[in-house]
Design a binder for this molecule. Structure first.
Ligand code: NAD
Length: 298
């Protein structure tokens, strides 16, 4: 069993750290929010005083932070994790961040003699609590083999996506598909409504036809066909529209930096931007059907 330092005990990190405790690891956790540390300590995470205290003497340090700027400030620089730590520690960043920052952090890890994985997740807060997350890991084969079993303590699928930054690349590409697909499913249901076609009937047909996708079969944007989907609870998230917008922005940034064209991704980002600006940041991303339905003039 490993000694784990865990930084970022929020909606995702809190339950992930708790699952590592359940799997038998010794976890010392820190978060800037005292309430998050307290909640994690109820689940057996040892409350650390600060970042250095959390990672002191650990085998592996895990971060689950809001964005690239937080990851940069925690890892890099004079007071950063790499400088503070003994050599040859494994660091796993599970946050969703931009590919360029992930690669910069990998380079700094290598220069300081540490192992590193970028390992963002899919599965949301529900998957984090249930320990069923999917991890997409980027880094060397050696780092992957070192971190793999620990990741299985928090998830049920772990894939080595490739070298440094490949985990983030996989996450952004996946959520690019998801964002576009959700809008396409919403448009199809709104068109069906206008054509007098019952949504439940469209679901019955499309869920078994070529239009089928996760946005339809697991997160259906109309109430009824999929009882667990947020549409049945007034679009209570789930995966928020703000998170989807964040990921589509990251995909746009990655596409610009790599010279790839994502015209539908750009449109999807603009639509989520508008949805969020209209005050729906906290709704599940499937709630965008309300905006699509309300704009028949498009
Ligand atoms: P969150 O805001 O609930 O948690 C992030 C935590 O990091 C906060 O508690 C914050 O106080 C803490 N933090 C920030 N800077 C810190 C520092 N320097 N030291 C210690 N703690 C610090 O966010 P979340 O929903 O848990 O998401 C975390 C990451 O996971 C994000 O990158 C997000 O994009 C990604 N993600 C979230 C979901 C989801 O459904 N929530 C799904 C997949 C991926």
């Amino acid at each position: 069993m490993a000694r784990v330092g865990f930084l970022g005990l929020g909606n995702m990190g809190g339950p992930m750290a708790a699952n590592l405790v359940k799997a038998g690891h010794e976890v010392r956790g820190f978060d800037l929010s005292g309430a998050a540390v307290l909640a994690a300590s109820v689940n057996g995470v040892v409350a650390a005083e600060n970042m250095a205290d959390a990672v002191a003497g650990c085998d592996v340090a895990i971060t689950m932070l809001p964005a690239g700027s937080h990851v940069e400030s925690v890892y890099l620089g004079k007071d950063g994790l790499f400088e503070q730590s003994a050599r040859d520690r494994l660091f796993i960043d599970c946050s969703t961040i931009d590919v360029d920052t992930a690669r910069t952090v990998h380079k700094a890890a290598e220069a300081s003699g540490h192992g590193m994985l970028d390992a963002p997740v899919s599965g949301g807060v529900t998957g984090a609590g249930a320990g069923t997350l999917t991890f997409m890991a980027g880094g060397s084969e050696k780092a992957y083999q070192r971190g793999r079993s620990l990741l299985f303590g928090m998830g049920k699928t772990v894939v080595h996506a490739g070298g440094p930054g490949s985990g983030q690349a996989a996450k952004l590409c996946n959520n690019l598909m998801l964002g576009i697909q959700m809008i396409s499913v919403a448009e199809a249901f709104c068109l069906a409504e206008r054509l007098g076609l019952d949504g439940a009937v469209l679901f019955e047909i499309s869920s078994r036809s070529s239009g089928s996708c996760w946005a339809l079969t697991s997160n259906c944007p109309i109430p009824g066909p999929v009882p667990a989907s947020p549409a049945n609870r007034e679009y209570e998230a789930g995966f928020t529209a703000a998170m989807m917008l964040k990921d589509l922005r990251l995909a746009g940034q990655a596409a610009a930096s790599a010279g790839a064209a994502i015209p539908l991704g750009t449109q999807a980002r603009d639509l989520y931007e508008r949805f969020v600006e209209e005050g729906h940041a906290g709704l599940d991303f499937s709630g965008i059907i309300k905006m699509v339905r309300g704009n028949a003039e498009w």
